[in-house]
Structure formats: C-alpha cells, structure tokens
Design a protein around this ligand. Sequence first.
Ligand code: PLP
Length: 422
Amino acid sequence: MTTEQSHDALEGQFERAQKDYADLAARGLSLDLTRGKPAPEQLDLSEALLGLPGDTHTAADGTDVRNYGGLQGLPELREIFAGVLQTPVGQLLALGNSSLELMHDSIVHALLGVLPGSERRWVDEERIAFLCPVPGYDRHFALCERFGIEMIPVAMTPEGPDMDEVERLAAADPAVKGIWCVPKYSNPDGVSYSDETVARLAAMPTAAPDFRIFWDNAYAAHHLTDEPVEIADVLAACADSGNPDRVFVFGSSSKITFAGSGVAFFGSSPANVKWLLANNSKRSIGPDKVNQLRHAQFLRDEAGVRAHMDRQRDLLRPKFDAVQRILEAELGGTGLATWTEPKGGYFVTLRVQDGCAKEVVRRASEAGIVLTPAGATHPYGDDPDDATIRIAPSYPGQEDLEQAMHGLTVCVRLVGIEKQLK
Ligand code: PLP
C-alpha cells in the first residue's frame, strides 16, 4: 500500500469509529468499570455468615467472643489463614475488617514510634521515600501522599518490580524506607513475583536499617485458572537472609467473604508482631471476635477457603473471559492496544498508545462508561506515558460488562486512529 492509500484506509477507519462512537453515545449508557468490588452474587456466597455464630459465643480456647480482649485475634481463624498468607500462626494477627487500615496504621506507628531496628521515628527523618512499582494500587499511593512520603516509581516486569533498579535505589538512599508490593496477581497488571524477585527483595542491602517491604498479599487465594500461582515465602526468605524484620505481610478476607465485613491479617517477625501489638494495645481493647468466630465457622479450614474461592472463580471467570474475548475481537491485531491476561486477582490492564489514555477515559465517560481515572495507577496520578487504563470487571453484571467493554473498544479505536491521523 502507498502512503496515500494507507492514509485513505485510516480515514475510512476513523469515519467508522466516529459513527460507532456516535451510536454508542446515543444509547445513553450508565456503566461503571472503576472499582474492584465483588458483585452481589459473590457476596451472596457468604450469606450464611449473617446467621453465624449461631447460638454459641465461645471460641475453641473457651474465650467468650462477646467480651473485650484477645489482641492477637482468634487462634482458630489465624490457623485457617496461616497457610494462605504463608505466615506461621504464632506470627499472624487477625484484626479488624480492612488490611488497608493496617497498612495505614503501620505507617502511622512507624512515623510516631520507633520500629524494631530503627534509629529514630520516621517523622524525625528529613525525608522519607517509598519505592512504588508501577503500575500499582492507587490507595497505596494515596497513603504516601497523605503522610508526605515521597514516591519513587519503579517499572514492573513480568517477574515483579525491576530488581536492578530496586536494589540500586534501596542501597543508595537511606531515605528509602519501604516498597509497596502486591506479590500475587498484582493490582492492576496481574503479575506474580518470581522466586528470584522474592529472594532478591529479602536479601538486598538497604541503606535504611529499618527498611520495610509492605507485602500486600490481597489476592493470595484469588485464582482464575486451574493452575494456581504459588509465590515464594517472603517471611522465610527474609529470615534466611538475616533480615527477619524486613517484611510486613498484609491480607484480608475482603474479597473472600464480605468486602466490608471481612477480617484483616498482619504477619511478620516476632519483633514486628510485638511492636504492632504494643501499638494496637493503645488504640483498641481487642478486635471484633464475633466476626472472627463466624468466619472460622463458615470457612472451617484452609481447604474450606480454597473451595469457597473456587465458587468465587466460577462467578468471576466468565467476566474475565468476556473482557479477553471482546478486546481480542475488537482490538486484536490493530496495534491500538495491548492488555494483560491475568491468572488471578481482580483487574485487567489495558495499555493504549502513548498519550491516549486520558482521552479514552474522557470519551468513555461522555458516553456513559465510567473508568478509573487514567494516571491513577501511578504515583501522584501521573502516568508519564498516559497509556495505562485499569479495567475492573468484577462488579457489573455480565451484560453490562460486555456492553461497557464494547463501548471502551470503540473509544480506544476513535482516539487511537485520530492520533495516528495527526
Ligand atoms: N490491597 C489491594 C492490592 C487491593 O486491591 C485492595 C482492594 O482493592 C485492598 C488492599 C483493600 O483491602 P482491604 O479491603 O482488606 O482493606
């Protein structure tokens, strides 16, 4: 094809895209692909929780769960999640309903108190920085902004964060106090960390003696395929490397049972667990053990969690399949976008041409399809390539999701071809 012919072909594609977009806008849709929330059908899977703990209020060790106390959380629930979160039960705490809250509190306690291995409170440091693998989870970045923690982006690779860069930055700068990690089926690109990445994170020299890995294992049991991904045991790797206090493990049952009324967990070295318990003892006389008991009764054991997650998968899989099918049918081979095919977790990342993500999101919004703001996957809301769009397929019903995905591909075509014509 001559340049002229290919320009004419592009003009033709643009006209079609404009017409498709006008048709889309005329439909008056109101669809939402923003937050990774479980759908009502997923919550229904745990409806039995509402009838528990039934006529008992006694935990396995005789504790009356209605009363104060039990700062570590119920042992039987910690047993169930110890395997899921790869943390010895004695080093795992079962706490409130949100792991994000635990991450928030861990930062606050590190700012206002002295961490094991620390020379002083973080608030007394001139500068504090966290390494932020990108794309990443916007609420991690929001926590850093909230507390004036500088964010240093590090590129993600198919094996986890670019470890050459992580090692270089952590070794060079004592202000670098931490790194955000979503090690399995990461938010948003579904990457799981390789064994080598975990080993290097655990063993790398850090200029800060109180460097912490914030290991947000939010999707530990959230598989979408028959081949569940297993990641290396980071706590053991840190201990084996002589850095036992390096990692804080976070997790929750938010996307296992009820997103708003699950149970959150914190796992770490004995010294860090003691540190958090001491801090927690000032802010609470104990967690909600009634909720913990009903979770233990409902899930029963680790196999119970896995069986429950199979039922979650049955509901989620058709949605993730539809996303792949529609993206492939509408955008495959066009060169206008690439996308991830996650084996678990809650998100698909769509990468459009550089400079197009914001405009795609704006066009979609004008046509009644709300997407996570472009840039939210990066520190300070700034995606330097303006190319990353996070898709959260879980919440809408199947039909709404498929309509939203078709609409999104129309916007990607419209904006992408327009750019190529310029
Ligand atoms: N961490 C990640 C990576 C998430 O994607 C989410 C929710 O989307 C959370 C944490 C929130 O967890 P929780 O409900 O336990 O606060």
